[in-house]
Design a protein around this ligand. Structure first.
Ligand SMILES: O=c1ccn([C@H]2C[C@H](O)[C@@H](COP(=O)(O)OP(=O)(O)OP(=O)(O)O)O2)c(=O)[nH]1
Ligand SMILES: [Mg+2]
Length: 165
């Protein structure tokens, strides 16, 4: 019988990656499971780094990934365990990696918690997610066609204009 819940995986884009530090060779990012959305990025540190509450430091990954295809982008996102349990999130909230960026992936690491946190060398610190991107052309107009939302209109309403429930 065919398992309809497990579609065959689509072919994966191949991304060029450069090691900027040989120690990363043993720690190349990978998908932990077949269904993982992200690959974990590790902290390239020579020694443990203590982040005081409120402190934010740019942490090296030792990796450069050239996406090349403008229809793709990278996103650096926090790991949920570190973020929820230890308050270790990103100083920029989300890192957006351009397809033409060839530099080192850097992780803005912010301790938003109330206790010091010790980041260990090569600890998995954040995750890298490849996402599709559509680039748009902007066309200047004087007026928009009216927008419709169900039976009502959205128009310029936003920021909670539709209520809470
Ligand atoms: O968390 C991040 C965010 C960005 N970058 C790199 C890749 C990205 O392509 C580049 C520029 O990012 P962004 O455009 O968000 O920053 P900017 O402040 O606008 O810098 P720029 O003037 O270089 O575009 O910095 C990282 O390594 N880590
Ligand atoms: Mg920019």
């Amino acid at each position: 019988m065919t398992d309809t819940t497990r579609p065959s995986p689509p072919s994966r884009p191949r991304l060029a990656v450069k090691l900027l530090d040989e120690r990363l060779r043993d720690y190349l990012p990978r998908y932990a499971t077949d269904g993982s959305a992200g690959m974990d990025l590790r902290a390239l540190l020579d020694a443990p780094l203590t982040l005081a509450p409120g402190q934010c430091e740019l942490v090296r990954t030792g990796l450069a990934i050239h996406i090349a295809d403008p229809g793709l982008a990278g996103m650096i996102l926090p790991r949920s365990g570190l973020g929820h349990k230890h308050g270790i999130v990103l100083g920029n909230l989300v890192g957006l990696i351009d397809s033409d960026y060839q530099g080192e992936l850097m992780i803005s690491t912010w301790n938003r918690g109330s206790a010091p946190f010790v980041l260990e060398p090569f600890e998995r610190l954040a995750q890298y997610v490849l996402v599709p991107v559509v680039q748009a052309e902007l066309e200047l107009v004087d007026d928009f066609d009216a927008s419709l939302r169900g039976s009502g209109q959205r128009g310029t309403g936003g920021f909670g204009s539709s209520g809470r429930h």
